[in-house]
Write a new protein. Structure first.
Length: 208
């Protein structure tokens, strides 16, 4: 009798799959190229957001200062300072590339010195602005600059340290791109009204 032997190959029934080294290298290369193109756009978005948030913070402080001057029937001073601590917060002009705060306070000295001293009443203050932010005032026409401080009186009118009491004062909010269309112009009238706009060719102060 002849015996017939049948042999069978047993498999697990599973198909093994995965990425080869070459496939992984291709994926990494694609991700790197995509990131290289996306990074400049991401930076632009962040810079634009910083400009916009800086402008919003400044408008908020100035409007609050004016409102409080009218409500409390007293003078309220606003100014930029390298510090937000009482006694060390000297008022300075908006300057380039420095870490700055914008303060609104009641100067309680008998003879106001337009400096946030111990004993003065702080109404509001911004966080420190990004040191990439650059502020400009006019270097050719002092009659349209705020100078070191802005003082709102009981009627809400604005007095500028520069002495420009019968005109509007301006300063710009820029960054290291120095591109007007990405920047903002803060406008203050002698009546105390404050507004913000995108800088254009007709703006009183530009990024330069």
């Amino acid at each position: 009798m002849k015996i017939i032997t049948i042999s069978r190959k047993f498999t697990s029934g599973k198909k093994h799959s995965g990425f080869t080294i070459i496939e992984l290298m291709v994926v990494v290369a694609i991700v790197g190229i995509t990131a290289a193109f996306a990074f400049p756009s991401f930076q632009t978005v962040l810079k634009n957001r910083t400009i916009a948030s800086t402008g919003a913070s400044i408008i908020s402080i100035l409007q609050t200062a004016r409102t409080e001057a009218i409500t409390r029937s007293t003078k309220v001073t606003t100014c930029f300072s390298a510090s937000n601590s009482a006694g060390t917060a000297a008022c300075i002009e908006p300057s380039n590339g420095a870490t700055l705060y914008l303060l609104a306070f009641i100067d309680t000295e008998v003879v106001p010195n337009n400096k946030f001293d111990a004993g003065d009443t702080l109404i509001s203050a911004t966080n420190a602005f990004n040191d990439d932010i650059i502020f400009y005032q006019s270097t050719t026409d002092a009659t349209i600059t705020t100078g070191n401080y802005i003082e709102f009186n009981q009627r809400g009118s604005a007095k500028f340290e520069s002495g420009a009491t019968n005109a509007s004062a301006y300063f710009s909010i820029c960054d290291d791109r120095n591109q007007n269309n990405f920047s903002r112009l803060i406008s203050l009238s002698a009546s105390g009204r404050v507004s913000i706009s995108v800088i254009n060719t007709n703006s009183a102060v530009k990024c330069e």
